[in-house]
Design a protein around this ligand. Sequence first.
Ligand SMILES: [Zn+2]
Ligand SMILES: [Zn+2]
Length: 328
Amino acid sequence: MKAAVVPAVSSSWQIKDVPQPQLGPGQVLVKMQASGICYTDVHQTLGHLPGPFPRILGHEPVGEIVAVAPDVTTRKIGDRVGSAWIQATCGRCEWCQRGRKMFCPYMKGTGGDAQGGHAEYMPMNADATYLIPDNVSYEQAAPIFCAGYTVYSGLRWADPQPHERVAVLGIGGLGHLAIQYAKAAGFETIAVSHSPDKDKMIRGLGADEIVRDGKGLAAAGGADVILSTSNSTKSMVDSIQGLHPDGRLVTMGADAEPLSISLMDLIAKRIQIIGSQQNGPEYLYEALDYVALGKVKAIVETYPLAEAAKAYQRVAEGKARFRAVLTM
Ligand SMILES: [Zn+2]
Ligand SMILES: [Zn+2]
């Protein structure tokens, strides 16, 4: 089969012929239809995250099941499925037993220890697959398995209350979905965006206001929840100026720089800094359902698998509007 392979740390992606994956116990073979490129793919390519090389990345994989292992009873040939970041866990540690698989020290990640989706076929563990609602296209579904799942989980984790205001910091692959989820959930939503060239698109996503920074956010009335999808700790710290007392800064984007904030702000305003990831499958279910209901729509640039290297460059340079998705 053809696959986009990263041969070594920091090398460019190459389309190669590799052996078609064999099914192990509990697995299904998925004929890939679409696979989103996340900024985490850039971190992985540059070796910022552990993992073997050569490797096939892609943790927003969606497609159709074409084979199932004999012991699989929950999935069948023809099912439209996707898989998120967690591919397998030990099932025996405290965190697996508590149902918080994301903390399992033996977790195997999709496109990390396990093969990812930038290929014609991918083996998925049946219990790591999720059914895609019938009326959601593969191109629309793919970005929800990381970007949509992550930001919707962050919104739910911040637990916004009626009348609270939500700001979204950083309008890209994650942020453009965060604005739509916050609006769909009924909150007044403010975009914090440095780039005026995106303003028209941001208004189209449903943002009630657009501001440039934390000072602008404060001037516009502030926010109770800031969903930070930015990779810049500088922007995160700056945005705190616009956070209300008892506000929550939810961080979802990573930077090598430590987050250095004023303890006076933290104490006097009783604010909370919350780390968030993909906080559990019920949030993925809801995130996909909002797309099925027509309330959230991923804005994607699609590229055939053969152009994976070009698509990757767009993501690495921050030029994708807003999610680059490979199609097979
Ligand atoms: Zn991701
Ligand atoms: Zn475990």
